[in-house]
Design a protein around this ligand. Structure first.
Ligand SMILES: [Zn+2]
Ligand SMILES: [Zn+2]
Length: 354
């Protein structure tokens, strides 16, 4: 072998000791390194466990509600089942899915890349097993498990329809929020309207507390909690809590008579009422027991057409009968003929509420 210089000792180190091919480092050449390092392997089977009722998925023993799509999950699981050498560069993975049956998918996998400067390629098959299992939440719901009931009642009356619908909407919104936050067991098992009001059966004490607080924040009144020991579950005492929501006798939007004057309730906590006197527009506070009577509520108000405005009087048209009436003009000077005003009837009297 001709040498340009017999005194250069590095020459020997640029040859692969195993096969004699040129080697940049003097160690094993790329091809010999590839031959002796297992750079690719894959698991032959992966399992995806999901709930057939609600579609949630179990991962590492934990159920999650993250939206998933069968194809995307299959590819993700297969990718995780592949073990590739860290030295592999310019990796290209191709996954082709074949549905074998409803609970079996086969993935054909091809991997290509560059390892120690040498192009390499390999292929394998991974089977995806779709396993059905009832999730923790569906298990509780189907077993009629619950931890509390939010009972919505009102003082001295039945809750109004708008209060019932508001309370049930609030409950659903909170359930949605818990769901989004990953609180899987904070579900509503049942919403039931009874002759006394509304009963909301809940899966966790957390959501019960939240619903009761939110209803009181929105509709006034207050709530008390009444725990009851119902047994044991896995060595822990199991309580069920009744959240007793008591809406005030008068609530926001009620039209009341105080000192022979009309007012619209702004807020009530069951003892004191804050209201706006309709004639003067000023805010006042009164003890609940000083209210002379309830006229109605702004939720029952109807639109009347204004036909004229003359100083302190306006003319309005009843939308049902077409009969015209006169009543005291509202404080808002912008209300003029052609516009509508909201009217609550008090016998023969018409009260402009907005
Ligand atoms: Zn070699
Ligand atoms: Zn489920």
């Amino acid at each position: 072998m001709p040498r340009s210089s017999g005194s250069d000792p590095s020459i020997r180190e640029t040859i692969c000791p195993r096969c004699g091919a040129p080697s940049a480092t003097g160690g094993l050449c790329g091809r010999c390194k590839v031959r002796q390092s297992p750079w690719f392997s894959s698991e032959s089977r992966v399992t995806c466990t999901f709930c057939p009722t609600c579609g949630s998925r179990k991962e590492c023993g934990v159920w999650t509600d993250i939206e998933w799509e069968r194809d995307a999950i299959a590819r993700e699981l297969v990718r995780r089942a592949l073990h590739l050498s860290r030295d592999l560069a310019r990796t290209e993975v191709t996954i082709t899915l074949r549905e074998k049956s409803t609970n079996r998918t086969v993935a054909d996998v091809t991997v290509n890349g560059i390892l120690f400067g040498e192009p390499v390629g390999a292929s394998s098959q991974v089977e995806i097993l779709w396993e059905k299992e009832q999730c923790d939440r569906c298990n509780r719901i189907s077993g009629s498990y619950y931890e509390g009931i939010v009972q919505v009642r009102a003082a001295g009356r039945r809750p109004y329809p708008h209060e019932i619908s508001t309370a049930s909407r609030i409950a659903r919104e909170i359930e949605e929020g818990c769901f989004t936050a990953g609180e899987r067991l904070s579900f509503i098992a049942d919403i039931d309207e009874s002759k006394d009001g509304l009963d909301i059966t809940v899966g966790s004490q957390r959501i019960g507390q939240e619903i009761a607080s939110a209803i009181v924040r929105r509709l006034g009144g207050r709530f008390t909690t009444h725990p009851k020991l119902v047994g044991e579950r896995a060595g822990k005492r199991l309580y069920r809590i009744t959240y007793s929501v008591r809406l005030p006798r008068y609530s926001r939007g009620d039209i009341i008579i105080v000192n022979r004057r009309c007012g619209e309730v702004i807020a009530a906590d069951g003892k004191q009422i804050r209201y706006r006197e309709i004639a003067s527009g000023s805010d006042r506070t009164v003890q609940e027991d000083r209210v002379e009577r309830l006229v109605g509520t702004v939720h029952d108000a109807r639109d009347y057409l204004v036909t004229f405005r003359d100083g302190t009087v306006i003319g309005i048209l009843d939308p049902d009968t077409g009969v015209s009436h006169e009543c005291p003009a509202p404080r808002d000077p912008a209300i003029c003929p052609g516009q509508h005003v909201r009217i609550v009837r008090d016998g023969e009297d018409l009260i402009v509420v907005g």
